[in-house]
Design a protein around this ligand. Structure first.
Ligand SMILES: Nc1ncnc2c1ncn2[C@@H]1O[C@H](COP(=O)(O)OP(=O)(O)OP(=O)(O)O)[C@@H](O)[C@H]1O
Ligand SMILES: Cc1cn([C@H]2C[C@H](O)[C@@H](COP(=O)(O)O)O2)c(=O)[nH]c1=O
Length: 209
C-alpha cells in the first residue's frame, strides 16, 4: 500500500523543524516507517538550489527566478525521494512544500497565488499532500524566536522586514481557505511539548502513527 505525504507549513520560527526533530526521535524509536525531509532540499540537487536561493549575497534575485528555483528544487526532490518512498509504503513528513511557494512567492512577493500555483502544477504533476499541518503563530513571535537562537544562521528570506512576514501570514490564510480539506491548524504559540502532543493527536486520528 502507498504511504502518505504529510507537510508542515508556517512562518519563520513557528517551530516546524523543532517538532519534526521531536517526532523523528519519538517515532523512530517506536519503529514507524516514516521518512523526514525538507524543502527546499532533501537531496543533493535541491540542497544546491537551496544554497542559491537562500544565500544572503543573492539579494537582487528576481521574484520569478526565486519562484522557479523553488519549483525546480521541488520537482527533483519529488522524483528522487518523495515519490519513491511513498511507493515503497513509507509515510513522508516534509518541512514545507507548495503552500510555502503560494504564500511567500504568490502572495508576499506579489506574483499571484494562481500564477505560482500554475508553475507548480507543472513541477508536481498531480502530487499534493494528503495532510498539511499549519503552524499558526504571530510572525513577530516567530522572528523573535529566531533572533534569540544564536545557532541559526539568518538566510536571505529571514532578512526581509516584518511587513513581508505579515504578508506571508496573510498569504497562508488565503491558502488555508482554498485547501481547507487537507490543512489542520496547530497553535504554535504553545510550549513545544503541547505542540508536539497536538500534532501526534492528529496523526493518531488519521491513523498515521
Ligand atoms: N513552541 C515553542 N516555544 C518556544 N520556542 C520554540 C518553540 N518551538 C520552537 N522554538 C524555538 O524557536 C526557534 C525556531 O524554531 P524552528 O527552527 O523549529 O522553527 P521553524 O518553523 O523550523 O522556522 P524556519 O521555517 O524559519 O526554519 C528555535 O530556537 C526553537 O528552539
Ligand atoms: C519551500 C519554500 C520555502 N520558502 C522560504 C521559507 C523560508 O524563508 C525558506 C526556507 O527556510 P527554512 O529554514 O527551511 O524554513 O524558504 C519559500 O519562500 N518558498 C518555498 O516554496
Amino acid at each position: 500500500m502507498a504511504g502518505k505525504f504529510i507537510t508542515f507549513e508556517g512562518p519563520e520560527g513557528a517551530g516546524k523543524t523543532t517538532v519534526l526533530e521531536r517526532l523523528m526521535k519519538d517515532l523512530t524509536e517506536a519503529n514507524s516507517e516514516i521518512i523526514f525531509t525538507r524543502e527546499p532540499g532533501g537531496i543533493l540537487i535541491a540542497e544546491k538550489i537551496r544554497d542559491v536561493i537562500l544565500n544572503k549575497d543573492h539579494i537582487e534575485m528576481d521574484p520569478r527566478t526565486e519562484a522557479l528555483l523553488y519549483a525546480a528544487a521541488r520537482r527533483q526532490h519529488l522524483v528522487e525521494k518523495v515519490i519513491p518512498e511513498i511507493n515503497k509504503g513509507s509515510n513522508v513528513f516534509c518541512d514545507r512544500f507548495i503552500d510555502s511557494s503560494l504564500a511567500y512567492q504568490g502572495y508576499a512577493r506579489g506574483l499571484g497565488i494562481d500564477e505560482v500555483l500554475s508553475i507548480n502544477e507543472f513541477a508536481i504533476n498531480g502530487i499534493m499532500p494528503d495532510l498539511t499541518f499549519y503552524f499558526k503563530i504571530d510572525p513577530k513571535i516567530g522572528l523573535e524566536r529566531i533572533a534569540v537562537n544564536s545557532d541559526r544562521e539568518k538566510n536571505r528570506l529571514d532578512l526581509e522586514d516584518l511587513s513581508f512576514h505579515q504578508k506571508v501570514q496573510d498569504g497562508y490564510q488565503k491558502v488555508i481557505e482554498r485547501f481547507q480539506e487537507r490543512i489542520v491548524i496547530i497553535n504554535a504559540e504553545q510550549t513545544i511539548d503541547q505542540v508536539v502532543s497536538d500534532v501526534k493527536r492528529v496523526l493518531k486520528d488519521y491513523k498515521l502513527i
